[in-house]
Design a protein around this ligand. Structure first.
Ligand code: HEM
Ligand code: HEM
Length: 177
């Protein structure tokens, strides 16, 4: 039996690095919103970790899309049902869109609330929008909607991985590990 074709090493590393970073980004985002820390210094650090790692996810996603363009993913097994193939494609495309949109919207929202970002308190990023609370409220609302969409898509993605592993037993995970 020949080994299943795999994603390129860079694609695999970037996939798992992004997934790991997202766990921290999402946990910090939910912490800020639902369990707002009383200690002001700690709260600001939490914001900074969330925002800085979010910017890193944005940069990694650009790198990932460039490597994907140079080394396209291996073809799916020929017997993959069309419906499965398309639902996976739509989920993955939407995830890529949100991996770019969430940091961009979050960054602009923070700017519009009047807080320019210094990545890990070291690298000051330019503020493309000035303070504008009406715009900030709209962007924050979109960021929260995006967070719900992202949670749903990650759930669907994990459901797909579980379906392939436990129901179809087609070793799909080997492509990404
Ligand atoms: C939580 C954050 C995650 C995000 C944002 C994410 C995103 C993605 C994206 C965008 C792709 C498409 C890759 C491409 O074709 O360019 C992909 C593929 C894949 N992901 Fe994830 N993923 C995440 C977590 C996971 C986890 C936890 C698992 C395993 C349990 C997993 C298993 C896979 C597998 C097996 C593929 C390859 C599917 C195929 O062969 O076509 N992912 N992921
Ligand atoms: C992949 C990137 C990102 C993800 C998945 C993400 C996710 C989240 C989540 C789940 C929350 C809590 C739910 C809510 O919004 O009410 C949140 C809140 C927040 N995020 Fe992000 N975020 C990302 C990037 C960023 C970036 C880059 C910034 C700013 C530079 C940012 C700024 C904020 C702020 C200020 C909040 C607090 C709630 C608010 O005022 O809107 N996020 N984020």
């Amino acid at each position: 039996m020949t080994a299943a074709p795999r994603y390129a090493a860079a694609a695999r590393w970037l996939h798992w690095l992004t997934a790991g970073l997202l766990v921290v980004v999402i946990a910090a985002g939910l912490w800020i919103v639902f369990f707002e820390p009383r200690d002001e210094g700690f709260k600001l650090r939490l914001y900074n970790i969330h925002e800085s790692l979010g910017v890193i996810v944005f940069v990694l996603t650009i790198v990932r899309l460039m490597t994907r363009w140079r080394r396209p993913p291996p073809p799916l097994p020929a017997d993959t049902p069309v419906l499965i193939e398309w639902s996976a494609r739509v989920t993955q495309l939407s995830l890529y869109a949100l991996l770019l949109l969430m940091p961009a919207i979050g960054f602009l929202a923070t700017n519009a609330w009047g807080f320019p970002l210094r990545v890990f308190d070291l690298i000051a990023l330019p503020s493309p929008v000035g303070k504008d609370e009406a715009l900030a409220a709209t962007l924050s609302f979109l960021h929260a909607c995006g967070a719900i969409a992202m949670g749903t898509l990650i759930g669907a993605h994990l459901g797909g991985a579980a379906y392939h592993t436990f129901v179809r037993r087609d070793n799909l995970m080997d492509r990404m590990t």
